[in-house]
Write a protein that binds this ligand. Structure first.
Ligand SMILES: Nc1nc2c(ncn2[C@@H]2O[C@@H]3COP(=O)(O)O[C@H]4[C@@H](O)[C@H](n5cnc6c(=O)[nH]c(N)nc65)O[C@@H]4COP(=O)(O)O[C@H]3[C@H]2O)c(=O)[nH]1
Length: 761
């Protein structure tokens, strides 16, 4: 009941009761028939009674009314206090917006939250919109419009409002509109809550969730009882377990059994005392594979310090481990053959020497060099060369004892470290075994390649007292093995050291030899096997050494190659030979050509064509009388430039011969393309004729090849009549060798030429 209606009802009742009282009580007195005086007295009493009753009534009503009001006011105050307390506790502010007057009341808390003075009574109406962040403004206003229009039952929106001092902060505003009977809103009341911290932690959580899901490191979260609560995608990828399989289980699901109890004890102790643990753990994937992981575990405690969770983050480091191993391997091993390299050999050699010192034993070092490997590499290409090196390494490794170290130093150089030997002789069977590794040919690129090795042996403590000298001495011994005709072994001796010193001395005196005219040119005849006539000569260099006497090319040419002196020597010989040939021709000797050796470096450097032109011009020799010899290996070098230079030489009119044919690895295609007139059968295949069937077969094959390519053939190193006859029978037309003459100075050649006869005879 409304207050107006209630008041009207009470007043009406009072009017009716009073009117009835006045009218009826007077009539009642009249009817009773009392005297007038008594009636007047009773009327006075009645009037007083009425006043008393109504006064009493008014008193009680007023008292009740006032009591109820006080009670209500008290209750209101209490409720207001409760509300204030509740709001203060919740940190929410209250706002009250009278829409018609556009007056907004912001509670004290609201003002504090927005950075206004707490007790400012300034009207903040209309401020709300201006405080809104530009990015949130449209959405917040739309939410308010929706509610005022009755489209939503509550206004609720989270947006940023500008704080007076701290920039924008996040607020959650909620409220409800009061509407008149027509439904039109006239007031809206609501609360405002600062949710900046919540927003920030939501953002942090969102970021953490992204990290959790996208990190490549596995993450496991367990409760305090070490039961898995959550794992991330990376965990599943690394371990092979799905999240469903892992959740609820314990992390020992991954236990590999590689760590003992003390390892886990130390881990738990660290977690308990430090709150974290970090280290390498070997775990087992679902597929059984054991792998290393780098793991960090942190214990998580609540505000009261009670342990709630463990969080473990780990990275699979198996790839890193593998590359570490690979790097370590490559640092100590040769990538081609996978054998130990120089570094590892040195380490092992040092150790072996120390051990031998302690145990009074010996250490043997065998330096191994593949004979003529360079020729294979140059003619068949590097990949075939590599394959050959690998195959050779495998054969030697298979024949070595496990405790010995076979190392590759680079190129075609290997070393076998033979540990724990009692006597020098013990190395002989080892060396023989190594040589035997090369008895059978290697099958490379569908070709059977025959290869031999030369071995140089030195011994600790007999030949050297430290690793470095031992290696140098083995190398020196190798030179001796090579000098002894290759495919053999040689021990280091003091004499060898002397030899090495001589080589160094030779190199320095070779420079003087060239300038000081110590070089000599010897000539060796080349004869027609059919007529026995000398058809040409080969110019061969000698060194008239002031102390060592006459030195043959094998003593000083390798030194000259190392010292870069080959071109000077070749040019000197060419000049001398042209001069001499011109003299002999002028003297009327019937010679077809003068053969001069051409080193690889001379051809390679490119000045050979000019040098030849100049030598011919200087000596007035016609190009047709000059023949240049190039070894098979040099001729097969795959360089277009070399090919062009050979073509240019041919265009000058000189002829070209391939020297030492049969020792290299010729490609038929290339041989066909070479502008060559003559093949010289290497003396290695002539030496054992006519007895060696293999050599005979090779010589026959070379002759057939030369014939089919329309090249002239000359056999080198013919020493016996039988050899000459056999070669003639095989179809070889020319020969050179001691049978006819050793290489001799020009003066000694002339009687031979006269014997053959001059054109003037
Ligand atoms: N056992 C034996 N050997 C015989 C016989 N007939 C000839 N010889 C030797 O065979 C070699 C032939 O020369 P090469 O194959 O061009 O082989 C030559 C050649 O490759 C190189 N050489 C010599 N002089 C020069 C030069 O002026 N320049 C260049 N680049 N190399 C040269 O040195 C190599 C060796 O020359 P030499 O010691 O003079 O050795 C000569 C010669 O003395 C024989 O019946 N039996």
């Amino acid at each position: 009941m409304s207050s107006n209606r209630g008041a009207w009802q009470i007043t009406l009742i009072y009017l009716v009761v009073s009117a009835l009282w006045i009218l009826l009580s007077d009539n009642a007195l009249t009817l009773v028939g009392l005297s007038t005086e008594l009636q007047q007295r009773l009327q006075t009493v009645k009037g007083l009674a009425f006043i008393s009753i109504t006064s009493g009534l008014i008193f009680f009503l007023t008292r009740n009314y006032l009591r109820r009001r006080r009670q209500q006011e008290r209750e209101l105050r209490i409720s207001e206090q409760r509300f204030e307390l509740a709001l203060a506790g919740s940190q929410d502010g209250v706002w009250d917006w009278h829409l018609n007057s556009d007056q907004v009341h912001f509670s004290r808390q609201c003002r504090v939250m927005l950075g206004f003075p707490a007790d400012s009574q300034a009207d903040l109406g209309g401020k709300w919109a201006s405080l809104l962040h530009p990015e949130d403004s449209a959405a917040a206003k739309q939410a308010l419009r929706d509610h005022l229009a009755g489209r939503t039952s509550r206004f609720q929106h989270v947006h940023r409002l500008r704080h007076q001092h701290e920039g924008y902060r996040w607020f959650e505003a909620s409220g409800r509109a009061l509407r008149d009977p027509t439904g039109k809103p006239w007031r809206i009341l609501g609360t405002l809550r600062d949710v900046t911290a919540q927003k920030e932690s939501e953002e942090r959580l969102r970021q953490a969730a992204v990290v959790f899901d996208s990190t490549t490191e596995g993450v496991v979260i367990t409760n305090a009882h070490n039961q898995i609560l959550n794992v991330n995608q990376a965990f599943c990828q690394i371990t092979g377990y799905s999240a469903d399989e892992a959740i609820g289980a314990k992390p020992n699901l991954l236990k590999s059994g590689w760590h003992d109890a003390s390892f886990y004890q130390a881990m738990w102790q660290s977690l308990e005392h430090e709150g974290n643990w970090q280290g390498e753990v070997w775990n087992r994937r679902k597929n059984g594979e054991i792998y290393p992981q780098w793991q960090t575990i942190n214990s998580v405690r609540d505000a009261d310090g009670k342990l709630t969770h463990y969080v473990a983050v780990f990275a699979d480091i198996s790839k890193i481990k593998r590359s570490e191993q690979e790097i370590d391997f490559l640092a100590h091993n040769d990538p081609l053959t996978r054998l130990p390299n120089r570094l590892l050999l040195n380490e092992r050699l040092e150790n072996a020497i120390q051990r031998a010192k302690r145990q009074n034993e010996k250490v043997g070092l065998i330096f191994i060099d593949l004979d003529r490997f360079k020729a294979v590499n140059d003619s068949l290409g590097h990949s075939a060369g590599d394959e050959l090196l690998r195959a050779a390494a495998m054969r030697m490794l298979a024949r070595s004892r496990e405790q010995d170290t076979l190392a590759r130093l680079g190129g075609d150089e290997f070393v076998l470290l033979v540990d724990d030997i009692q006597a020098t002789d013990a190395l002989i069977p080892v060396a023989k075994r190594l040589l035997a590794c090369f008895d059978k040919p290697f099958d490379i690129d569908q070709q059977a390649l025959h290869l031999t090795v030369s071995l140089g042996i030195s011994l600790f403590p007999d030949d050297a007292s430290d690793a470095r000298s031992l290696l140098t001495n083995a190398d020196t011994a190798l030179t001796l093995a090579k000098d002894n005709g290759r495919n053999t072994y040689a021990f280091y001796t003091q004499a060898l050291t002397q030899h090495a010193r001589e080589r160094i001395a030779l190199e320095s005196s070779l420079h003087q030899a060239i300038s000081g005219r110590q070089l000599r040119v010897y000539y060796q005849p080349q004869v027609d096997l059919g007529t026995g006539h000398i058809i040409g000569l080969e110019a061969l260099v000698r060194w008239q050494h002031p102390e060592h006497g006459l030195l043959t090319p094998d003593r000083f040419l390798p030194v000259a190659v190392n010292a870069g002196l080959m071109i000077s020597i070749d040019e000197y010989v060419l000049n001398q030979a042209c001069q001499q040939m011109q003299r002999w021709l002028a003297a009327g000797f019937d010679l077809q050509h003068m053969a001069v050796n051409m080193s690889g470096s001379w051809l390679e450097r490119g000045q050979v064509v000019d040098s030849v032109k100049q030598a011919l011009a200087r000596n007035g020799l016609h190009a047709q009388y000059l023949e240049l010899e190039l070894t098979e290996t040099e001729a097969m070098r795959h360089s277009e430039l070399n090919m062009e230079r050979l073509d240019s030489l041919r265009h000058l009119g000189i002829s070209l011969a391939i020297d030492d044919f049969g020792t290299g690895y010729s490609s038929l295609m290339r041989l066909k393309r070479l502008p060559v007139n003559r093949l010289k059968i290497d003396r290695d295949f002539v030496r054992d004729l006519p007895h060696d069937q293999n050599d005979a077969a090779i010589a026959r094959a070379i002759i057939a090849l030369g014939q089919s390519l329309q090249m002239e053939l000359i056999a080198e190193g013919v020493e016996t009549v039988e050899q000459a006859e056999l070669l003639t029978a095989m179809g070889c037309t020319n020969a050179q060798g001691y049978l006819y003459s050793r290489p001799v100075p020009a003066a000694e050649i002339e009687p031979l030429l006269q014997h053959v006869g001059s054109t003037e005879e």
